[in-house]
Design a protein around this ligand. Structure first.
Ligand code: UDP
Ligand code: MG
Length: 315
């Protein structure tokens, strides 16, 4: 029988955990009754070094009901690392793993559809948002910009798919074999391959607590995703450099001809402007190249992606 693990990274989620655990328990109990999953299926919470009562709530849930289990990271490592740690732990016990956010913005009704796809032989099932009516205009606008920009920058990701997905044990183990420390799971999962499909669902509102992804983190996440998965920005810089160089050579020729014809060259302002513009472009380019070097630096250090402090038993 299919042993299912639902992996939920939690960072300061004390406000949503009681409700989330209740709804997930209902869902699992229902699936177990239908005989779709094994009766030792679990919900695995990963506490990403929260400073609030998150871990306390998780251990309490675990004591009351073996359906709930948990891993505590030694410190806050960010959503992607916490999620990977959860996949790591779950892949030791589960046949299938579904990852989702603690706030249940991603409709848990889609779990049934994901299992249907798994039964048809898919090892990776992406949850895709059909609409974002419930998101604020700002979130919708920035999120859509994010997917478009990623695609334009040459990163192959599934449109409107976040980290709500089903992985078979085999797919999860293969994903864990990717050694990189700059994690961008949305870009990595498609690289794993295997038979895959998508299920759509409506994205709801966060029912309590606030988003742990403010604009600043979201921009950093997008930037990380691009620089971890594509060298297109460096190519853009190169072509920009070539174009500017060609233009400047043409301008030089024009100026020489004008000088020979006896026209004095006016325009101190335009000279200064171009110096500033070129200086800016160079600095920006160096910055982007530097970003890639920084990534290489981080990868060569091979630091652990997460450190488990406590693992609650799973039996
Ligand atoms: N999260 C995490 N570590 C962090 C930030 C967020 O584990 O450093 C978790 C958070 O608890 C939630 C998920 O990542 O389960 C998504 O965060 P959130 O719902 O705040 O993001 P949004 O839906 O607003 O993009
Ligand atoms: Mg959310």
């Amino acid at each position: 029988m299919n042993r299912l693990y639902i992996v939920v990274p939690c960072y300061k989620e004390e406000a949503v955990l009681p409700e989330t655990s209740k709804r997930l328990k209902e869902k699992l109990t229902d699936l177990i009754k239908q005989g779709r999953i094994a009766d030792n299926s679990r919900v695995l919470f990963v506490d990403d070094g929260s400073s609030d009562r998150t871990w306390e709530i998780i251990t309490q849930l675990h004591r009351q009901d073996p359906m709930f289990s948990g891993v505590k990271l030694s410190r806050n490592r960010g959503h992607q690392n916490a999620l990977l740690c959860g996949l790591d732990e779950a892949s030791l016990h589960a046949d299938t793993i579904i990852s989702m956010d603690a706030d249940l913005q991603d409709d848990i009704g889609a779990v049934d559809k994901m299992l249907d796809e798994y039964d048809k032989g898919c090892e990776v099932v992406y949850g895709v948002r059909s609409s974002r009516k419930k998101d604020t205009f700002f979130k919708r606008f920035t999120a859509q910009g994010f997917y478009r920009f990623m695609q334009a920058m040459g990163v192959d990701i599934v449109y409107n798919h976040a980290d709500y997905r089903l992985l078979s044990q085999r797919a999860a183990k293969e994903l864990l074999n990717f050694p990189e420390v700059n994690l961008f799971l949305r870009g990595m999962v498609p690289l794993v391959g295997f038979k895959h499909s998508e299920v759509t669902y409506e994205r709801g509102e966060r029912f309590a607590g606030e988003s742990k992804y403010p604009l600043k983190k979201m921009l950093a996440f997008a930037f990380d995703g691009i620089t971890s998965f594509s060298v297109k920005p460096i190519r853009l810089i190169l072509s920009m450099g070539v174009a500017i160089f060609v233009v400047s050579v043409i301008m030089l020729l024009v100026f020489i001809i004008q000088k020979l014809l006896g026209h004095t060259v006016a325009g101190w302002a335009s000279t200064i402007c171009s110096i500033w513009a070129l200086g800016g472009i160079q600095m920006m380019s160096l910055g982007i190249v530097g970003e890639y070097i920084g990534k290489i630096y981080n990868e060569t250090k091979r630091r652990p992606r997460y450190i488990k402090e406590t693992v609650l038993d799973q039996e």
